[in-house]
Design a protein around this ligand. Structure first.
Ligand SMILES: Cc1cc2nc3c(=O)[nH]c(=O)nc-3n(C[C@H](O)[C@H](O)[C@H](O)COP(=O)(O)OP(=O)(O)OC[C@H]3O[C@@H](n4cnc5c(N)ncnc54)[C@H](O)[C@@H]3O)c2cc1C
Length: 313
């Protein structure tokens, strides 16, 4: 029986594990792939404090995992398939794993992250991290005076297109419809910005480049004609999908599937906490995932101590 079971070993889960370990909680982290989450596929992270020159994503992942292990976090490599609620106050919760085993814990922390929706076109996977990006906040500064294309027509796409004009020389927004979905004020700002151009009624069909991204091929949805546009960077901003299936039907989710929690990372179920990209929040970054993880572990610790009747003097 563990005090805390953490599902997902990205920055949020690993930070939760570090805090749980230092609080002398008996904690286990279940990760289906390798610890690190999305930062394993991030070349350089320039906006995590403490690294003036930036840090390679896999290096940060490795150090986070080692630091949590140093304080006693146990890691199980398996996929959490389902969560079974205990009966009565204090559970315990049961997590069923892909290897057939079960983990039992007095509290749960859900840190399963999210995944960026992909276009699924040739060149996208091959050039990911070499010009193809899913995060303007993360990669925008790498495109100073370059020509970039944003694929998408929603609020995120336009907000990020405007953000990218701080760095890029030209930002072209490619959208499949004849009008954008983004709120009017964002559309007005984008239309007024001399660096922003629009390519409407068009779908992205191929990204080309040898060592790095060079061009995006688009198809006109009305005429079927194709053209290539120069693109030092292609930002795919067509939404994010939270990895919340494991707690679907158990905790409250919003319409998009993000876990709803309060400022203390408490979900709608007593004893279940959530942190990082899987929860509904404003900014999905490594630093906010780590902050959430710390709060979730602290809340889980207090929940477990209350169950055990630990008194604070
Ligand atoms: C290409 C790219 C570049 C980025 N660049 C930056 C940057 O420069 N700066 C920055 O701050 N942020 C950046 N981000 C965003 C940042 O990586 C995320 O905000 C952060 O990783 C979120 O952490 P997390 O722990 O919440 O989730 P994740 O990193 O998504 O980790 C979730 C983990 O849970 C595991 N998991 C999911 N479901 C299960 C299950 N059922 N059972 C077991 N394990 C499960 C996954 O395998 C994964 O390891 C970037 C993201 C991407 C994709």
């Amino acid at each position: 029986m563990f005090d805390i079971a953490i599902i997902g070993g990205g920055p949020a889960g690993l930070t939760a594990g570090l805090y749980a370990g230092r609080a002398r909680m008996k904690a286990v982290l279940v990760e289906k792939a390798a610890c690190g989450g999305q930062i394993l596929i991030t070349d350089t992270i320039e906006n995590f404090p403490g690294f003036p020159e930036g840090i390679k994503g896999p290096d940060l992942a490795d150090w986070m995992a080692k630091q949590a292990a140093h304080f006693g976090l146990e890691v199980r490599i398996a996929e959490a398939k389902s969560v079974v609620l205990g009966t009565g106050a204090g559970g315990p919760f049961s997590v069923e794993l892909s290897d057939g085993a079960k983990v039992q814990a007095l509290s749960l922390i859900i840190s399963t992250g999210a995944r960026w929706n992909e276009l699924g076109i040739p060149g996208e996977k091959e050039l990911a991290g070499r010009g193809v990006s899913y995060c303007a906040t993360c990669d925008g500064p790498l495109f100073r005076n370059k020509e970039v294309v944003v694929v998408g027509g929603g609020d995120t796409a336009l907000e990020d297109a405007l953000f990218l004009t701080k760095f890029a020389g030209k930002v072209t927004v490619v959208h499949r419809r004849d009008r954008l979905r983004a709120t009017k004020i964002l559309q007005e700002r984008a239309l007024a910005n001399k660096k922003v151009e629009f390519c409407l009624n068009s779908v992205a069909v191929r990204i080309t480049g040898s060592a790095k991204c060079e061009a995006l091929e688009v198809k006109d949805v009305n005429t079927g004609s194709t053209k290539a546009m120069k693109a030092d960077g292609v930002f795919v901003l067509i939404g994010l999908t939270p990895n919340s299936d494991v707690v679907k039907g158990i905790v409250k989710l919003d319409a998009k599937g993000y876990v709803l929690c309060d400022d203390d990372m408490k979900t709608s179920v007593d004893g279940i906490f959530a942190c990082g990209d899987v929860r509904k929040k404003l900014l999905r970054q490594v630093v906010t995932a780590a902050g959430d993880g710390a709060t979730a572990a602290f809340s889980a610790q207090h929940y477990v101590e209350r169950l055990k009747g630990v008194e604070y003097i």
